[in-house]
Design a protein. Structure first.
Length: 328
């Protein structure tokens, strides 16, 4: 065979080798982008020694969190953060951004030792946004399907669409014409979380297209698996907390912006409103309910006013209520 023909026949083989190398290189590059840590490699931790489920409670000094230790299963690990007490066992670098500072701090400090599933929750057992007929957290946790959290990766703890779904924010349509900046004089008048969302998203997610519409169940109470958290490098959570510490947005606005973004951060689409009936069945094991797309009969209704003193034994019109659950 002449050297000329040998060279010609070698060309396809060379092309295959080059293409294969490029494919492997691209695959490795994508895996690095999805893997945590600066090196793209998670430290080797024996996950069998880590908690199966942990609840992270965002609290302040005046809030009663005794129910967490008193009523939750012994198998749950508890981490109760106190945002306004620098001397607390679990606290934060700065009391800003409401529950978001606590959640991000936990994700950063426990990144390598997270529970298989982490539940992020507010301090009050009874709260208007708890997805329960009595607005009681305990039945939610008693029914919570931990296997489903592992399967889906991230879920809001609300199934009802009331507040948050179907659409909560239209980033382009609602954007303030004035961008907030480093000086108070630069701050847009009458700013809301919706009006600053577009700019905040650009700062938090550089290079990612701002969605046209955002919808997800309120209100910053959710569960996420360790594997889903690890889809992002620790540096992302550090960067988001740095943004929270440094942004000119105040406590309320910065916290509310992140409330609209948790589902996006954990890999869900900007519009993430599962059908209520499917959600109750899969997340809480409550199947066969009578439901519309966004609500199920007898499960949740937006309260007409703040929960009154004496709730759950006293109703909104000071009438006595029947309540069969444990009382603090």
């Amino acid at each position: 065979m002449s050297s000329r023909w040998a060279k010609i026949l070698a060309l396809p083989v060379t092309a295959v080798i080059v293409c294969s190398w490029l494919f492997v290189f691209r695959f490795q590059q994508e895996q690095t982008l999805l893997s945590p840590g600066a090196s793209g490699v998670l430290p080797q931790v024996d996950t069998s020694t880590l908690p199966a489920v942990e609840i992270v409670v965002a609290s302040r000094t005046f809030e009663n969190t005794s129910w967490v230790n008193q009523y939750l299963p012994d198998t749950w690990t508890r981490s109760i953060y106190v945002s306004d007490d620098p001397s607390a066992n679990l606290t934060v670098p700065r009391n800003k951004g409401r529950e978001a500072m606590i959640y991000l701090t936990h994700l950063i400090e426990r990144y390598d030792t997270l529970a298989a599933a982490t539940v992020f929750f507010h301090a009050n057992r009874f709260s208007w946004h708890n997805d329960d007929p009595d607005y009681d957290a305990l039945p939610m946790f008693a029914n919570l399907q931990l296997d489903y959290i592992q399967k889906i990766g991230y879920t809001s703890l609300r199934c009802a669409w009331a507040v948050g779904c179907p659409i909560q924010v239209y980033p382009y349509d609602q954007a303030s014409p004035v961008r907030y900046g480093a000086n108070a004089t630069d701050f847009p008048p009458n700013a809301t979380a919706k009006s600053v969302f577009k700019q905040a998203f650009e700062e938090l997610m550089p290079g990612q297209k701002v969605p046209d519409a955002v919808g997800a169940g309120c209100c910053s109470q959710f569960a996420v698996s360790r594997d889903r958290v690890h889809k992002r490098p620790k540096e992302d959570y550090l960067r988001w907390r740095t943004w929270l510490l440094e942004t000119e947005l105040d406590d309320e606005l910065s916290g509310r912006v992140l409330e609209y973004m948790w589902h996006i951060m954990f890999g869900k689409p900007a519009f993430h409103c599962p059908k209520a009936g499917e959600c109750y069945c899969k997340l809480y094991g409550l199947c066969g309910l009578q439901c519309t797309k966004g609500l199920c009969s007898g499960r949740y209704a937006v309260p007409p006013s703040p929960l009154p003193d004496g709730w759950p034994l006293v109703g909104f019109d000071d009438e006595p209520r029947t309540f069969s659950g444990p009382l603090l």
